[in-house]
Design a protein around this ligand. Sequence first.
Ligand SMILES: NC(=O)c1ccc[n+]([C@@H]2O[C@H](COP(=O)([O-])OP(=O)(O)OC[C@H]3O[C@@H](n4cnc5c(N)ncnc54)[C@H](OP(=O)(O)O)[C@@H]3O)[C@@H](O)[C@H]2O)c1
Length: 292
Amino acid sequence: MKLIDGKQIAAEIKEELKQKISELKSSGKNVPGLVTILVGNNPASEVYVRNKGKACEEIGMRSKSEKLSADISEKELLDLVEKYNHDKDYHGILVQLPLPKHINEDKVIEAISPKKDVDGFHPMSIGNLVIGKETFVSCTPAGIQELLIRYGVETKGKHVVVLGRSNIVGKPIANIMLQKKEGANSVVTVCHSAAKNLADYTRQADILIAAIGQPKFVKADMVKEGVVVIDVGINRIEDATKPKGYRLVGDVDFDDVASKALMMTPVPGGVGLMTIAMLMKNTYKAYLLYGE
Ligand SMILES: NC(=O)c1ccc[n+]([C@@H]2O[C@H](COP(=O)([O-])OP(=O)(O)OC[C@H]3O[C@@H](n4cnc5c(N)ncnc54)[C@H](OP(=O)(O)O)[C@@H]3O)[C@@H](O)[C@H]2O)c1
């Protein structure tokens, strides 16, 4: 079994972007910029936003972090998004989710200009993805496809089985793999909690993408010999031997499934690390398409 190393690929992507940004700088051009907007002080969100800022810094991209108090009004947040829609120094706008309950998330996402929607959550971006037009694809599913491409996994005509139909992973990755394009052109099945006899589907997968949030759910008897497994799940399970009292596992029982798989992503060290790298890539793309 060959390990699909998300850490290495994410580092490669960031290095490629760093080179390109350095060339822009030396020719005196403006550089890509990302603004992150965080509302409130959810500790997990604070870590995510900090890591995004750090990644920008590493590759020489401009970044700014707007931190707003949890009681900011929806109108104030919408006004701030609108301000950045017109700011030429910031090509990507990322509003960290979740937002406090009194703010309508959909309204905020829809307020972001589709030209700066580097998270790919705007309905326009999603619509464009479905109809196969060039767009911003949300970062985790885009990262999955990037891993498959960079590991030379044949996808054309292959059966991709996706576990999970969330708007941020399951549905977009299913739509990506369905496109008549390089790195896709697959036959796609999407399973969810109403599926009966799930293993009947998963055993048919050439490529299995698990995004259900259920620790070690996929076992060896649910896959066929030679499957390529992409494990998106990030689940905490108790582990008294760890200083924090827990460890992270995926939706796939790694040790069990490894005996049958051709390639697999680990958790951690797989898909998770790709998300920020793809955010950087999307911001660079926004700069190329709509920036200067
Ligand atoms: N950067 C990253 O690496 C990254 C990013 C996002 C998410 N994740 C991880 O990926 C996992 C999924 O995240 P998500 O946001 O997509 O989750 P989600 O919104 O909770 O959706 C889970 C999906 O899995 C389905 N499901 C749950 N249990 C199932 C079962 N036993 N059998 C079949 N389907 C089942 C649900 O079906 P229904 O629709 O019928 O409820 C739903 O469609 C989580 O562990 C999350 O932490 C990682």
